[in-house]
Every structure is written in C-alpha cells, then in structure tokens.
Design a protein around this ligand. Sequence first.
Ligand code: ADP
Length: 612
Amino acid sequence: GPATGQPSSQEGALRGDKGVKEEAEVGQTSYLLRALSLARGEILLLSCAFFCLAVSSFSSLILPNYQGRILDHVIQRAVGLFKRDVVLLIVFSLVTGLFEAVRNLCFAVVGKRVLKTLQDKLFTGIIIQDIAYFDGTTSGELTSRLTNDVASMAEPVNWMLSALLRNFLALGGGFLMCFIISWKLSMLAFTTMAPIMQITAVYSRWSRELNRKRYALLAEANSAAAEALGNIRTVHAFSTEDVEIERFKSKTFAAMQKGVRDAFAYAGAVAINDWLDLGASVLILWYGGVLVMNNRLSAGKLITFQLYWNQIQGAYKGIMSVLMSLTRAAGAAQRVLSLVDALPDIDPNAGTMVSSLEGEVKLEDVYFYYQMRPQNPVICGINLEVDKGQVCALVGRSGGGKSTIVHLLMRFYDPTQGRILLDGWNLRDLNLKSVHKHMGLVAQDTQMFACSIEENITYGLPHYHPEDVEEAARYANAHDFISRFPEGYATRVGERGVRLSGGQRQRIAIARMLLRRPKVLLLDEATSSLDTESEALVQQALDRLIGEGGRTIILVAHRLSTVRNADNIAVLDKGSLVEQGTHEQLLERKSGVYERLVRRQLHKTSNRIVED
Ligand code: ADP
C-alpha cells in the first residue's frame, strides 16, 4: 500500500521549542527579518515615522552645541548673541519634541496593527493543524504562543527599528561632534568604551540563555493552569486544589529564580557600567579642564563635549537594550512563525469537490498507528464494506480501535497504509470540506460552545429555518427538555455545555447533526452511562434514525438493542476485524467473540455489550 506522509509540519512546529540550539541561532535572524516584513503594508505610516525620526535626530544633535555656546556667551557677557541662541535653543527643543512625539505615535500604531495581523495569522495557522498536531501539544502552550510570544514579538517591531536608528544616529553624530571639538579628549574618553562593551556582551549572552529558560517555564506554568482550570470539576472532586497550586507554584518559582538571577547579573553589569561612565566623566573634566586652563578649549566647548559624550553613552545603552529585546523577539518570532508556516498534511481545501454522496464506504487493507505512539499499531489490516443506506455496527472490547475507525472516516488522521474509499473515491483525493457537508458525526464526548442551544444546534450553518431547528430537536428527543427551559432555544449552555446533562448534550449533538441531513452518519456511542430515562430517549432517537433508512450509518455501539438491528456487525479486537455478519449469523457461530459478548450481557440486567 502507499506509504503515508509523515507529518513533517508537526515536527517542524515542535522544532521551534526544542530545536538544536545552534540551528535556532542561525534561523532566528531570518525569522526576525520576516517579523519586520510584517510591517511592509504600513509604508505610509513608516515613511512618516522615518521622516520624523530624521528631523528629530538632526535637531536633537544640534542642541548641545547651542547649550555650550550659550554658556560661552554668558562668560563673555555677549547679551545679543545670548538672546539669539536661547531662542534658537527653544525652537530646536520644540521641534525635537514634536517630531519625537509623532514618530512615537506612528511606530506605536504600526506595532498595534502588526500585533493584530500576527494574532490572526497565528490563530489561523493553529486551527488548521491536523488533529495529530493537537494530540502532541496542550492548549495552554498554544494560548501562551498566542498571547506572550505574539506580544513579545510584535511589540519590539514598533520601537525596535526607530530606537535602533535613532540611537545609531545619535551615536554617530555624537562621535563626529566630539572629534570636531577635540580629538585628544575624544580618544581619552573612548578608552573607557572597550571594557563597557565587553561587560555588556558577557551579560547579554548570559541573560539571553536565562530568559529563554524563563519563558519556557512560564509557558509550562500556563499549561499547568490551563489544564487545572479545564478540569476544574475533577480537581474539586478529588480535592486536589493544593496539588494543582503546588504544581503551578513550582513552575512560577523556577521562573522567578531565573528572573532573580538575571536581576542580580543585570544590577552588577549596570553598576560596573555606571562606574566606568563616571570614570569617563572624571577623565573628561580633568583633561578638558587642563585644556580650558591652557586656553586650548572654551568652557562652553567642554560642556558641549560632555553633553555629546552623555548622548553617546545613552545611545549605546539604548542600542544594547534594543538588541537584547531583539533576541527575545527573535526567539518568539521563531516559535510563532514556524507555527504559521507549518502546513497541515491534511489540507481541508485541497482535492476534488463533492457535490453529493451516495454513501458507500469501504476500508481497504487499512493500517494505522497514532503519531504519538508509533510502536502501538491500532488498526492492523482492516477490510470493511458498507453499502449505501446500510447500518454497520462496530463492536468489541474497549481499546479495539472502534473510535479510531470513526476518526479515520472523518479523516482526522490518514491511514498509515491502505485506503478508505467513499463512493469509490479515495478519501485522500476528495475535498474534505465538501465531504464533511455530507457526513455527520456524533462523537463520544459531545463538544459544545458557550453560546445558546440554538447556536449550538445550528453551529456553522450560515442559513437555516427556525422550524427546521425545532424539527431536528424533536427528532432527537431534545425539544421537550429545551422548551422546558424558561429561555427555550436561547438558553445558554455554559463553557463546553456544562449547564446541561450528558444525555441532553448528546441529544443536542444528534439534532445538530440531523439538521445537516448527512448522507453518511458516524455515531460514536458514549461509553459513560446515562441515566435510564436519558438513555431511553437517546436510544429512541437513534432507533428512529436507523429505522428511517436512506443513510449510511456506521456506529460504535455498546447497547445490544442498537447493535441487533444493524445490517452488518463488525467485531473488532486489538485492531483486527475478527468477525462480521448479522446478529443472527454471528450468534450461530458458537463460541465466537460476538456470541460470547452477547451471552455475557444477557446475564446482566444492563443493556450493554461488555467492554473489558
Ligand atoms: P475503542 O473505540 O475500540 O475503545 P480506540 O479507537 O479509542 O478504541 O483506541 C484504540 C487504541 O488507540 C487504544 O489503545 C488507545 O489507547 C489508542 N489511542 C486512541 N486515541 C489515541 C490518540 N489520540 N493518540 C494515541 N493513542 C490513541
């Protein structure tokens, strides 16, 4: 049979987290460039921002010059020049402030827009992933990606570029001005730069590694929280609040430790830097003072030099802090963009469109294992044919692979080997979206959205008639309990439908599926037992469905009464089809698996075919 494509996309996405470090370093720059290129749609705002940046940088570069000149005019008692330069200083200050403000505004707006684009892209990238992808990750991890990573990646875009450019301009301009004023003084001051650079380099390497670990721990804390909150009933039922709190605390504690260590290193690096800065100032004042006393430099020039020097220092620190957050952003960008890039193996939009289905289903020599457990074959060479309009029941011990077959028929996963045919077409060649229009699934655990009953029944349908909704609900034995709610169909069901009972959720799921009039129906009967009344009502709805005919129905069944009427009963055991036939045919085989299951059940009061 054809070999399956390994979900390389999934691996690609995971590589973002756990990848080889060196590879990550190399890749990060390109991810960063791509992160920047997200802003390319904002040309107008960016041009405006860069224009403002140029103006404000230039005018702020002039300021120290006037400040020094004013001092010289004071010393020389030159009132006219003094007044003129004060006015000019005010003008340049106002210009600088104004253009700075506009620049900040433009970059902030670009940042917000990029953030939105990125959030949308990432969510789109996540939701289209294969089900296998979600088997291998946690929703906490993904929401962490959507919030933390996206923010720390998009945020720098708005000021990274501008801060970097502005600081480089200030640095270059400052150097130039310093050298013009006095190259000797400049050379002396710059001797302190080398150790400062060295310290910054050491610190940033150390900090980057620490923060990488810290963010990983924070994502784990996120996962722990999401899991505990998602299973809140179990947590309360087992009174494991403290266990969950401890689990969460251990993650935040470890993250905090890394943060504190970073804080110490940061404080140390800053202290040494500051001492070196002060040392430079002392050197400038000492040697500059000597120059002034020898009439080789004016006092105003010395002040100007000092101001430019401060500007260089500030710019250097600015560049360093931008570079630091840039590496953080690069890590986030890699995690986010590798997920955006990861194309699912199963593309729901590709393939031949299906306008209608007859409903003939065939499994040809199908093998399957879950990616998460490649050593555990779940389906081992199954051949099964279901004619159109037939009812096929899948029975057998739990873990036999019944639900997996339903997953394969929905194409949540592709078979590892073999083919699944729908009306003679390979399921892989058909457009999945169009196929799903004619297929209905009622899964074991009914998934509901936190909206009204009506919205849950009509989920995903753009147009519908309210009468049809009610009809479907009646058919599914759901109308009576729905209309007993004071708000009827507008009743909100709570997150994942927590405000409904299991039986009610199931009947809503049946109504949801019926409204679509699918040609092929997949029913995965809930293993959890419902109360007798609910069970009878669900059963009645199912019997009605099965009895009606005209649809192909494949059901995973645990109740003998459901199974008995099936046209074909397929008995699965450990992933193999061990028996098939009608109820009567299978009973005739003395000591067959099915016969044994039925015999065991008859000794019980319950209506279920035994699972274990
Ligand atoms: P049944 O429906 O007959 O009870 P399933 O099809 O649910 O059996 O499961 C068959 C086997 O596949 C079991 O051993 C189960 O542990 C395994 N399995 C089911 N779902 C997954 C999954 N998402 N990832 C890995 N293994 C799975």
